[in-house]
Design a protein around this ligand. Structure first.
Ligand code: MG
Length: 247
C-alpha cells in the first residue's frame, strides 16, 4: 500500500528536502583533496543542527555517520572516517534528514580535485542521466516499474550495470516506506502511480558488473570487481503533470 501524501505533508517533506539540498551543496564544496570524509561528516552534522533538524542516518541500525561517504569502488553506505580524499577520486555523498517528523533523502557523486578520469566522469554523468530518466516517469498513471525500467535502460545503453541489491523507496513519516523501487524492471508493470506519492529514486550504477560485496565493517558496499560506482538520488513527488523534485 503506497501512501498518498496531502499537500501539507508534501510541503513538510519539501522542508526537509531543502535542508538535504543545502547540506549536499555545502559538503560537496569542501570535498577536496586532503580532506577526510570524517571532516565532511562533521560539517554536515553542524549544518543539520543549524537547521534544527536531525540526520536520518546517524544511529539508523547503528550507522555511525551523519552522512554516507562512498569513495570510488564503494557503492553506498560508506562510513565517514579518517580516509583523506585524493585528486582523481569520485565520492558519493548521501544525506537524509528528518525535520518536524518528515524525511527527505538525496545523494550526489562528485569529482575530487581535477585529476578525475574521463571514464569516471562519464560514469557520473550517466548515473545522473539515469536518475532523471527515472524521475521523468514519476507521473500519475504510469506504473512503478516504468521508473525502474527507464533507469536501467539509460544505464545499460551506456554499457553500465545497475546494482540489484539496493533499491529506492517511498519516504515520508519514515525514511523507508513502501514501495521498494528497484533500478531495473519490466515497463508497464508494478503499482499504478498516483499524485501525492513521494518516492526516493536512487540509481547506483557500476562501471563493471552489478555484483556487490559488503566490507567487514558491516556497512560499506563495494563493487565485487572493484570497478567504480556512482550514486544519485532525489526525493520526488508524483503529480499529474511534471514530477516535483523535493530535494
Ligand atoms: Mg534513499
Amino acid at each position: 500500500m503506497i501512501e498518498i501524501k496531502s499537500e501539507k505533508e508534501v510541503s513538510l517533506i519539501q522542508e526537509a528536502g531543502r535542508i538535504v539540498k543545502a547540506v549536499l551543496e555545502e559538503v560537496s564544496k569542501i570535498a577536496v583533496p586532503g580532506r577526510t570524509t570524517g571532516e565532511l561528516d562533521r560539517k554536515a552534522e553542524e549544518l543539520i543542527k543549524g537547521f534544527s533538524a536531525r540526520s536520518a542516518f546517524k544511529g539508523y541500525k547503528g550507522f555511525p555517520g551523519t552522512i554516507c561517504a562512498s569513495i570510488n569502488e564503494q557503492v553506498v553506505h560508506g562510513i565517514p572516517g579518517n580516509t583523506a580524499l585524493k585528486s582523481g577520486d569520485i565520492l558519493s555523498i548521501d544525506v537524509g534528514v528528518e525535520k518536524n517528523g518528515f524525511y527527505a533523502d538525496a545523494a550526489v557523486t562528485v569529482e575530487i580535485g581535477n585529476a578525475v578520469s574521463k571514464a569516471a566522469r562519464d560514469l557520473i554523468a550517466a548515473t545522473q542521466g539515469a536518475l532523471y530518466a527515472g524521475i521523468k516517469k514519476a507521473v500519475q498513471g504510469n506504473r512503478l516499474f516504468d521508473i525502474s525500467y527507464a533507469v536501467q535502460e539509460y544505464a545499460e545503453k551506456h554499457s553500465y550495470s545497475v546494482v540489484r541489491d539496493f533499491v529506492g523507496h517511498g519516504i515520508g513519516r519514515k525514511m523507508h516506506e513502501e514501495p521498494e523501487i528497484p533500478n531495473f524492471g519490466k515497463p508497464g508493470t508494478g503499482s499504478r502511480l498516483k499524485s501525492g506519492m513521494v518516492l526516493a529514486i536512487e540509481p547506483m550504477i557500476n562501471q563493471g558488473g552489478f555484483e556487490i560485496e559488503i566490507l567487514s565493517d558491516g556497512w560499506t558496499a563495494v563493487t565485487r570487481d572493484r570497478k567504480l560506482s556512482a550514486h544519485f538520488e532525489h526525493t520526488v513527488c508524483v503529480t499529474d503533470t511534471a514530477p516535483r523534485i523535493l530535494t
